[in-house]
Design a protein around this ligand. Structure first.
Ligand SMILES: C[C@@H](O)[C@H](NC(=O)OP(=O)(O)OC[C@H]1O[C@@H](n2cnc3c(N)ncnc32)[C@H](O)[C@@H]1O)C(=O)O
Ligand SMILES: Nc1ncnc2c1ncn2[C@@H]1O[C@H](COP(=O)(O)OP(=O)(O)OP(=O)(O)O)[C@@H](O)[C@H]1O
Ligand SMILES: [Fe+2]
Length: 611
């Protein structure tokens, strides 16, 4: 099968031909480059209306020269998400072409295409995907016929967050490649070695298939990147000074609004722009790498693929490769021509969809600027055996040796002693992928927060482990062993309802958990239900909250709502039938908490959706 793909969601007018037999992809792209500022939707649409017919024509001509008059078996196009005026032009072109060629039409979700091109190129079975693009930033994992959103930005896409800063300092769009070049320069100056050679040619000009592979260094290398010293942190990076910028991770969600403003303020205060670029990258990419590791840990996956325009950044790839290597996972980033917006990925996914009969009648082919990846029925993977799908995590199932060491996303946990003397030694391990200064600060601050808040929560009537010892020099805690298994191992309404009640109590005491996932709840089925007096030897609670490292004090409704959003996200990511569980959770919260927080939860959930 040969599929013609058309892409034009925002800045890149692109057409491609994918030949499924040979796996060859021919791409023709024509980028829109604003004279000043960011992308103007009207100008972008004007660009699309001129450039789409041209790139389509080029690809069709090449296709017919090679394969003759029946070169194309289906036409695939980006239906969304993206800018409405651009999408409509692409949709119109695709419908007309399918009609003229008398072939079926395939409507592709652009973000799923960013994911699937990575899966296709890597050959991985069932990876978690980090999409790091301009307008989006999210983690996707396959479960039960859909790609679930495991975590996402609560505000801007990652590329837009970088571009916002470069606009502030007067650099032209796109800013990402310029941030990368400036950061590399800063690191090279600090370390005396490094790779200041990158020239920020990022979103290239109009080029065809083969040329592009030679246009950037590293382009041909699809597999492991990581030009550092083997531990994911090139010497020059470690030697360079780091500005203190906001680092905001909540469960597997994250936020860039604080860091964008702080970067702009630093520029206004006269901090050299190269220094800001360096610190911006170190923080933003460490956040993305951390949530990716959480997603691997939560789903039990051992493969990660990267997609989106920001994935062209060497430092981001280096961090992700180092994180995966440290936990024994496979990492793959496709070559840059498949990372930035391109029609190749649309054609490749279009071919898989067409092969499974997933085509659309013209009358139903309306574009959707807010098309979410989790709305897409994943028809092309339906032949896969159920065994290949991991049903959430089973980190602590009944058959597992309870004494065995385990490894969360952040820490290693060792169990010692027996009976009432059973203890957990939790050590936040160094993360070689992140800047050593940031690593030290995060490990220390989180250890302090966990020790304090675990005890404060217990005083507020929330069952938590006792804290026996804190060793800040080694970021290590000694905690009482609680529960028999993680809630994630067996999702059940009863403990979930209890989590709702406990979070309400915690919020009533002015504390947020910060990372309330089903992995951070321990359950002992059959334990007694207890009220406020917990912790005594005779009172065995059924449900405990653990892992308060991302917690903090706040009375803000917004922050409390975010806790609920994170917990619900962890259920939605792994449960086959999440709705009754979510209802039990909200009933528990409602019984003990503030109704305003539940109202705000609706807002928070909507805001996380793509604009
Ligand atoms: C919906 C769709 O229109 C949108 N597309 C999009 O955002 O274009 P994409 O090609 O995936 O990403 C462009 C972004 O990627 C950034 N970028 C490009 N090269 C970069 C680099 N070397 N380092 C950091 N960012 C880079 C640019 O600054 C820009 O923000 C999306 O996928 O979200
Ligand atoms: N006090 C405890 N009693 C019993 N088991 C525990 C305790 N603390 C941690 N565990 C076990 O160790 C696992 C990892 O611990 P924890 O969540 O604190 O570490 P983490 O690295 O922060 O994990 P993640 O980031 O994945 O949430 C837990 O999911 C749980 O199975
Ligand atoms: Fe994109």
């Amino acid at each position: 099968m040969r599929v013609l793909g058309i892409e034009g969601t925002a800045w890149c007018a692109s057409a491609a031909l994918y030949d499924a037999e040979t796996d060859a992809v021919l791409i023709e792209s024509d980028p829109y480059e604003p004279d000043s500022g960011g992308i103007h939707p009207r100008e972008a649409a004007e660009h699309m209306s001129e450039a789409i017919p041209e790139v389509v024509d080029d690809v069709l001509t090449a296709a017919e020269a090679e394969y003759g008059p029946n070169a194309v078996d289906a036409v695939a196009f980006s239906r969304g998400p993206g800018l409405g005026p651009c999408l409509r032009i692409v949709g119109t072109a695709a419908r007309a072409l399918a009609g003229t060629l008398s072939v079926p039409l395939v409507g592709v979700n652009h973000m799923v295409a960013h994911l699937e091109i990575g899966r296709h190129r890597s050959g991985f079975d069932n990876p978690v995907c980090l999409n790091a693009s301009g307008a989006n930033a999210h983690l996707l994992g396959y479960h039960d016929g859909r790609y679930r959103v495991l975590g996402e930005t609560m505000d801007a896409g990652v590329g837009n967050a970088l571009d916002k800063f470069t606009r502030h300092v007067g650099w032209s769009h796109p800013g990402g490649p310029k941030v990368e070049a400036a950061a590399a320069e800063f690191a090279a100056a600090a370390g005396g070695r490094g790779d200041g050679s990158r020239d920020g040619d990022g979103d290239g000009s109009r080029v065809g298939d083969g040329d592009e592979d030679r246009s950037r260094d590293g382009d041909g290398d699809e597999s492991r990147v990581g030009d550092g010293d083997g531990n994911g942190n090139s010497g020059s990076v470690a030697a360079a000074d780091l500005l203190d910028l906001p680092y905001v991770v909540k469960g597997m969600d994250f936020s860039f609004s604080g860091i964008s403003s702080a970067a702009n303020d630093a520029a206004d205060d006269g901090v050299p722009v190269e220094e800001i670029c360096f610190s911006l990258q170190e923080h933003v990419f460490a956040m993305l790498t951390e949530v990716s590791e959480r997603a691997l840990s939560l789903t039990g996956a051992d493969e990660l693929v990267l997609g989106g325009g920001v994935a062209q950044n060497d430092r981001l790839r280096e961090m992700l490769a180092a994180m995966c290597e440290a936990r024994g996972a496979e990492f793959h980033a496709p070559e840059p021509r498949f990372l930035r917006d391109n029609a190749g990925m649309i054609a490749v996914l279009g071919a898989k969809m067409a092969a499974s009969g997933d085509t659309i009648p013209i009358a139903e082919s309306r574009v959707d600027p807010d098309f979410r990846p989790d709305q897409v029925p994943v028809t092309w993977r339906s032949g896969e055996s159920v065994a290949r799908e991991r049903g959430g995590s089973e980190p602590d199932g009944a058959e597992r040796d309870p004494e065995a060491d385990r490894r969360g996303a952040e820490a290693t946990v060792t169990v010692t002693g027996t009976g009432d003397e059973r203890r957990v030694i939790k050590r936040r391990v160094e993360k070689a992928y992140r800047h050593p200064e940031l690593d030290r600060t995060l490990r220390r601050d989180r250890t302090v927060a966990e020790a304090r808040l675990t005890s404060e929560a217990r005083r507020a009537g929330v069952p938590t482990p006792l804290v026996y010892d804190v060793d800040l020099s080694d970021a290590t805690l000694t905690l009482g062993y609680v529960g028999e298994r993680d809630l994630a191992a067996a999702l059940d309404e009863r403990p979930i309802e209890a989590v709702g009640r406990y979070l309400a109590r915690l919020h009533g005491a002015g504390i947020v958990h910060g990372d309330p996932t089903t992995r951070n709840v321990r359950v002992s089925p059959g334990g007694e239900k207890v009220g406020r007096s917990v912790g005594g030897p005779e009172a065995t609670p059924e449900t405990y909250l653990i892992d308060f490292g991302l917690g903090y004090h706040t009375g803000h409704v917004e922050d409390h709502a975010m806790d609920l959003h994170v917990f619900e996200g962890s259920i939605r990511a792994t449960a086959t039938d999440p709705e009754p569980l979510i209802a039990a959770f909200e009933a528990g919260y409602d019984a003990a908490g503030d109704g305003e927080v539940l109202d705000r939860l609706r807002d928070v959930a909507d805001r996380g959706r793509y604009r």
